[in-house]
Design a protein around this ligand. Structure first.
Ligand SMILES: [Zn+2]
Length: 149
């Protein structure tokens, strides 16, 4: 591949396919793009069109979001973080106040649900931004690799 083209990505803008240099965009802090739910390249356009479904492309820079697949990553982080907070909270309340079990249910079920829903979107956007910045994708077999090495 021509090294001068290695930092250029194809961008679809309407009916035209353009080559846009990554150098035209200042570096984006992945956590900032994630917390704001913005495009990982320009940090201007919205990443999501639904609650968790990504847009087809960035409305600002035209970056194709078809690469965006965070898989189970956000859910795993949220299970760990929310689980740590809620189990710690349950234990603290139980040790300090010894309330009946129905109080735990009324208290912790809504807190758990709200925490999961609030954190899911920023975590997904952050992982998509990290996926974009690190060019991460699923592993695949390279058919062009030499088997004699
Ligand atoms: Zn963008």
């Amino acid at each position: 591949m021509n090294p001068s083209l290695s930092n250029r990505m194809p961008v679809s803008l309407g009916n035209r396919d353009l080559m846009v240099s990554e150098k035209e965009f200042p570096p984006v802090f992945a956590l900032k793009a994630g917390m704001l739910g913005r495009c990982p390249r320009c940090c201007q356009g919205k990443l999501f069109e639904g609650f968790l479904s990504t847009s087809k492309s960035c409305s600002s820079c035209g970056l194709d979001f078809s690469f965006a697949d965070s898989g189970d990553g956000p859910a795993i982080f949220i299970i760990m973080i929310v689980g740590f907070l809620v189990v710690g909270g349950v234990l603290a309340v139980e040790i300090m106040y010894q309330p009946p079990y129905w109080v735990h249910g009324i208290l912790w079920l809504p807190i758990t649900t709200v925490l999961c829903l609030v954190l899911l979107r920023p975590f997904k956007a952050t992982l998509v931004a990290l996926q974009y910045q690190n060019d991460a994708r699923q592993g695949r077999i390279d058919d062009n690799a030499s088997h004699n090495e």
